[in-house]
Design a protein around this ligand. Structure first.
Ligand code: DAH
Length: 360
């Protein structure tokens, strides 16, 4: 049986050394193929005595099986190696920086509007909106601003064009969000608790004024609403919005045609080396106008002032955005300068909520 051992050594060695599947196939044909060496040897079985055949037959089969197993194992090994080689050559470093993740940003005005809405939603205020092109009835008359009232000039109003011969009073670009008070009460009645954010327009332009800016109006009407409620709501808002617990507000007697009494509200602050800090120091910064809604305004909106009363206030969104996020020049808000937007913008998924956080 020496021949068998030689064959075994020859082929198992060959298989172990085979470099690829082509070499393996050649070995397979040469060893266990129909005309292979093992097959040729097996033909010799016919010339053996039955006793010899009983020994040689199983030995041939064992050799054949062993070679076949070695071929299968080697084939799997070669396939694994080929796959590994391919994985190596096609490897991609996924840790390399891809494209910048955040191309667009949320404008500070949008972000702060969302912050305001989230805080007031928590206090039970709904959001209402009105048109930006407004009749002079809603922008002035219904708010107790008579035609000769100086406030009409103070507001530096933009008037819309009327055709020659059309003598109706022209529409205006609304100079404040206060007309939404009237529209809302007319449509939905009272009691009500709303804020009305939106764009307003005045012909004015310097570091703190732009011809278009943003305000939001607050309105709360019921049977027993007082100035004390106004104070609490505004303090609660400022604490949440600026994220400062000991915020201090000062109510200064003022005049607005649509409120009686009226107050302007200042926030305590300090200026240190050009750095503004809220809630401390000896300076005061005006942040809003407010008051108890004038009976004439309620009546103009179809609400009985004998039965209902409440407070209103108006706050500049851009202004509180500047204060909170330390943005020095209002004009830059509307320049669409991408560098500014990248610097002051907010990530799109940072939606402000009372539970998730109001400030980023
Ligand atoms: N409408 C005023 C303005 O734009 C702001 C304002 C003051 C609104 C007092 C109010 C208020 O509701 O009560 O200057």
């Amino acid at each position: 049986m020496n021949g068998l051992d030689d064959l075994k050594a020859k082929y198992l060695g060959g298989i172990a050394a085979a470099k690829d599947e082509v070499a393996l196939e050649e070995l397979r044909l040469a060893a266990v193929g129909k005309k292979g060496e093992v097959a040729l040897m097996m033909r010799g079985l016919g010339k053996m005595t039955p006793e010899e055949r009983q020994v040689a037959g199983p030995a041939f089969n064992a050799l054949k099986n062993e070679i076949n197993s070695a071929l299968t194992a080697k084939k799997a090994g070669l396939a694994d190696a080929a796959l590994n080689e391919r994985l190596q050559s096609e490897w991609i470093d996924v840790s390399l920086a891809g494209r910048p993740r955040r191309e667009g940003t949320i404008h500070p005005v949008s972000q702060v509007t969302e912050e305001v809405i989230a805080i007031f939603a928590d206090l039970g205020f709904a959001v209402a909106e009105g048109p930006q092109i407004e009749s002079d009835h809603y922008n002035f008359d219904a708010l107790n601003i008579a035609p000769e009232h100086p406030a009409r000039q103070e507001h530096d109003t933009f008037y819309m064009h009327r055709d020659a011969g059309d003598n109706r009073p022209p529409h205006v670009l609304r100079t404040h969000t206060s007309p939404v008070q009237i529209r809302y009460m007319e449509k939905h009645g009272v009691p009500c608790r709303i804020i009305c954010p939106g764009r307003v327009y005045r012909a004015d332009y310097d570091q703190t004024h732009t011809p278009m800016f943003h305000q939001y109006e607050g309105l709360c009407i019921d049977k027993n609403v007082s100035m004390a409620n106004l104070k609490w709501v505004l303090e609660e808002f400022c604490r949440a919005f600026f994220g400062i617990d000991d915020i201090e507000l000062r109510f200064r007697a003022s005049h607005f045609p649509f409120t009686e009494p009226s107050a302007e509200v200042d926030i305590r602050c300090s200026w240190d080396n050009g750095q503004l800090k809220l809630g401390e120091g000896d300076d005061w910064m005006e942040i809003l106008g407010s008051g108890m809604v004038h009976p004439k305004v309620l009546a103009a909106a179809g609400v009985d002032p004998e039965e209902y009363q409440g407070f209103a206030f108006g706050m500049g969104i851009d202004r509180i955005a500047m204060l909170k996020y330390g943005i020095p020049d209002l004009r830059a808000f509307f320049d669409s300068d991408l560098r500014w937007l990248k610097h002051y913008g907010f990530a799109a998924l940072d939606v402000p909520t009372m539970h998730g956080g109001i400030s980023r």
